[in-house]
Design a protein around this ligand. Structure first.
Ligand code: DGJ
Length: 742
């Protein structure tokens, strides 16, 4: 998958569907040639280098009025040369100089892919699944060695990149900016797509036109954030959901990030993705190594949906890992929205008992089970059962749940502490705070300094003690505030710029240690809902709580946006009570079920409070999900109608052989006497006859008809009540099962 033209020093990564081309410039720096649909010629491709003589330009060599880094597309641009765009690398040497000009030394091609120590990353299970090109560069004056790593995958149209810095010199170096990737696209005729929002409306799809200058999304909160996801896509203006060129850039990281598009004045477009350089400074002493997080770039010639399918395949199969990667996820019930902090064991057993009767497989006990945690002002940090609520401790409750025939899961918020807790009273110095300044709180809590090993150890010991004595099959790992006044008492002044990153490394380390000790533990990540829903967490937690907004109608948008990058198998989606806790909306239970099927399914309500008719529906939903969860987790996902653009949200999950598909159509508001509607399905076999079954429709049609004429959507009532069977109501969702007829 990697060929090298030794004469022209051109490197070509090619898996038959995509190509990534780079070369060594005469000056020794690396230049970018091409990224996109595969180019299958063997040759030098050097004619793709564009440069021109332009006034007001600084040139590299005396006597040469053509060669300037300002006008050359580069591979990993460094600050201080004749390039005036934002660089990928900024570094300060011992003499205070910030100029860096690394030169090409050699390359290595590796079968498969290296892991990144201490960091989440995609992987190859077998050596021929991926090939890795490592390019060694050196700045002799600084004594800096730089290794640019590119892995191309055989089965996915993605290139994973990261950079390793090694101080091989005598002095100390300071990395002020060390992006995971940079790519210079030859033109800027694109729009950017970002996933942005806030708490309870995470990952809304926003499309922006590019103009000269900067378009960026970022986080400086210490978590990847509800506000912007570590992802950016470029789409051709004419590209749609299912056609046209799209490039996706996703960072496998959970802390501060920057995703930036810069259009220069010659319409060249530079994409940078990596740790947010703002506030970042990493001291690199002699012999030390710094590795950036991994960035994954995807090319799709089949629109935004094509991009998503590539991300889904890679992240589901070669980023998620371990015991749960390929296993069917249990249907769970969580008590948070039903009880908040107010419960005792007896309530929980009644709650779980009813759930078991309906077919639920796991009971998850949320916040409030430990220490003096009767509200959100106290207790965080004391990971021992509150005996007034759980007289037999967590072990006792877990046993009782297991005796009901269910698995038991438990909520933690490992990174946080309330000042009113025994843990804080014993370790008041364990929080992140700046000396002499007050520390801001979020939800009355403070952030433990996970950049310190002894802090991570202390939390690990408490969690280990519980996990090794009680039968806990799952943990929900929450994180309910962002970091402020970031400063670690354990590090010297010149290492304070490292703390945000060291914090996240500590978070990763705790996950890793727990998984090493309890390999069958299922971790669901959460951060006040979706505040840290990123590819980094997916490496440890194969599923995550998408959002605290559990209203089905709101969720159509949130899950639709989330699906741009993240596979359904990782989206925690639950049916909750009505009126909904967040928006007060009342939606039919069928709608709540249909929307929640599109993920790791569960319930977030007390089933004892439902009517007997609703309970029957719940039983049917659970049975349906169990039958279909294999398809839901591994099928190809197609977004068909966007809730951001109209009154409908529609999506389809089709198995790869085209033998079965589930289509969910949610009409946001009722319409009276509306038009005839059809939905063009995807991923079916043209010549195959299918049976279409829904609450309102039952008929046979061929694949080509369903994909070219469309699947009919009308509910026969055209929105009016005629015979009681019509769908005359707001928030109506209909699920269509499309099954090949033998
Ligand atoms: C925020 C989470 O998103 C909720 O699901 C719940 O676990 C609460 N925290 C508990 O405090």
């Amino acid at each position: 998958m990697i060929t090298v033209n030794e004469k022209d020093r051109v490197f070509h990564l090619n898996n038959g569907r995509i190509s990534y081309l780079l070369y060594v410039m005469e000056s020794g720096q690396l230049g970018h040639l091409y990224f996109g649909k595969a180019l299958n010629r063997s040759g030098s491709y050097l004619h793709m280098v564009e440069k021109a003589h332009r006034p007001m330009t600084t040139y590299i060599r005396e006597g040469d009025l053509y060669t300037s880094y300002e006008h050359l597309r580069q591979e990993y641009p460094c600050y201080g040369t004749s390039d005036y765009r934002y660089p990928a690398l900024e570094i300060q040497g011992g003499d205070g100089s910030r100029i860096c000009k690394p030169e090409y030394q050699r390359y290595e091609i590796i079968k498969g892919k290296r892991q990144l120590e201490g960091l989440p990353a995609t992987y190859a299970e077998e050596a021929d699944e991926a090939a890795t090109l490592e390019i060694y560069m050196k700045d002799a004056l600084l004594g800096l060695e730089l290794v640019l790593s590119y892995s191309i995958f055989r089965d996915v149209d993605a290139v994973a990149r990261s950079v390793r810095f090694i101080n091989k010199g005598e002095g100390t170096l300071f990395l002020d900016r060390a992006m995971s990737m940079s790519v210079d696209m030859p033109d800027a005729e694109f729009q950017t797509v970002q996933l942005s929002g806030a708490w309870s409306r995470e990952r809304y799809v926003k499309v922006r036109d590019l103009a000269p200058g900067i378009t960026a999304v970022s986080s400086m909160r210490g978590n990847s954030s509800h506000h912007h996801n570590p992802f950016l896509a470029l789409k051709r203006k004419t590209a749609t959901e299912h056609s046209g060129d799209v490039y996706g850039f996703s960072l496998v990281y959970s802390g501060n990030f920057l995703a930036q598009a810069e259009v220069d004045n010659y319409q060249v477009l530079r994409i940078l993705l990596g740790i947010n350089p703002f506030g970042f400074r990493w001291k690199l002493e002699q012999g030390e190594i710094f590795t950036t997080p991994e960035a994954v770039t995807v090319y799709s010639g089949e629109g935004l949906n094509g991009m998503s399918q590539q991300f889904h395949r890679l992240y589901r199969n070669r980023l998620a890992r371990g015991y749960w990667r390929d296993r069917e996820r249990p249907v769970l019930i969580n008590n948070w929205e039903a009880t908040q902090f107010d419960y005792v064991e007896q309530d929980l057993l009644l709650f779980a008992g009813k759930a078991k009767e309906c077919g639920v497989e796991m009971f998850v006990l949320d916040d409030g089970w430990f220490g003096a945690r009767n509200d959100d002002k106290r207790g965080l940090g004391d990971w021992k059962a509150n005996r007034e609520k759980l007289p037999d401790g967590v072990e006792g409750l877990a046993e009782k749940i297991e005796a009901l025939g269910m698995k038991f899961g438990l909520w933690f918020e490992p990174e946080m502490v309330n000042k009113d807790s025994d843990f804080f009273r014993s370790h008041p110095d364990y929080i992140l705070e700046t000396p002499g300044r007050s520390a801001s709180h979020g939800r009355n809590q403070f952030v433990l300094d996970f950049s310190r090993k002894e802090v991570v150890d202390a939390v690990y010991e408490q969690m280990y003690a519980l996990l090794s004595t009680a039968k806990i099959s799952y943990i929900k790992w929450d994180m309910n505030r962002s970091i402020s006044e970031c400063y670690s008492a354990a590090y010297p002044a010149d290492r304070q710029g490292e703390i945000f990153h060291r914090y996240i490394l500590g978070v990763y380390e705790l996950h890793e240690r727990l998984l090493q000790a309890f390999p069958e533990l299922l971790i669901e990540s959460c951060s006040s809902g979706g505040g840290r829903f990123d590819a980094g967490m997916l490496y440890y937690a194969p599923q995550g709580w998408v959002s605290d907004d559990s209203d089905a109608i709101e969720r159509t948008k949130i899950q639709y946006g989330t699906s741009f990058v993240y596979p359904l198998s990782c989206m925690g989606a639950h049916v909750s009570a009505c009126p909904n806790d967040q928006v007060g909306r009342i939606t039919p239970i069928e709608t709540r079920g249909n929307v929640s099927y599109t993920g790791a399914f569960g319930y977030e309500l007390d089933l004892n409070r439902l009517s007997s008719t609703e309970i029957e529906t719940v039983k049917e939903q659970i049975a349906f999900y169990k039958e279909n969860r294999g398809l839901i987790a591994t099928g190809d996902f197609y977004r068909l109608l966007s809730p951001f653009e109209g009154n409908f949200a529609a999506w389809e999950i089709a198995d790869q052989s085209g033998s079965r598909a589930l289509v969910t159509v949610t009409r946001l508001l009722s319409e009276v006497n509306g038009p005839y509607r059809r939905l063009l399905l995807r991923g079916l076999r043209k010549e195959q006859k299918y049976h279409v079954e829904s609450r309102y429709l039952s008929y046979d049609a061929y694949g080509d008809e369903l994909m070219q004429f469309g699947m009919m959507l009308e509910d026969k009532s055209s929105g009016q009540v005629i015979d009681g069977s019509g769908g005359c109501q707001d928030f109506l969702s209909v699920l269509y099962e499309v099954t090949a007829v033998r």
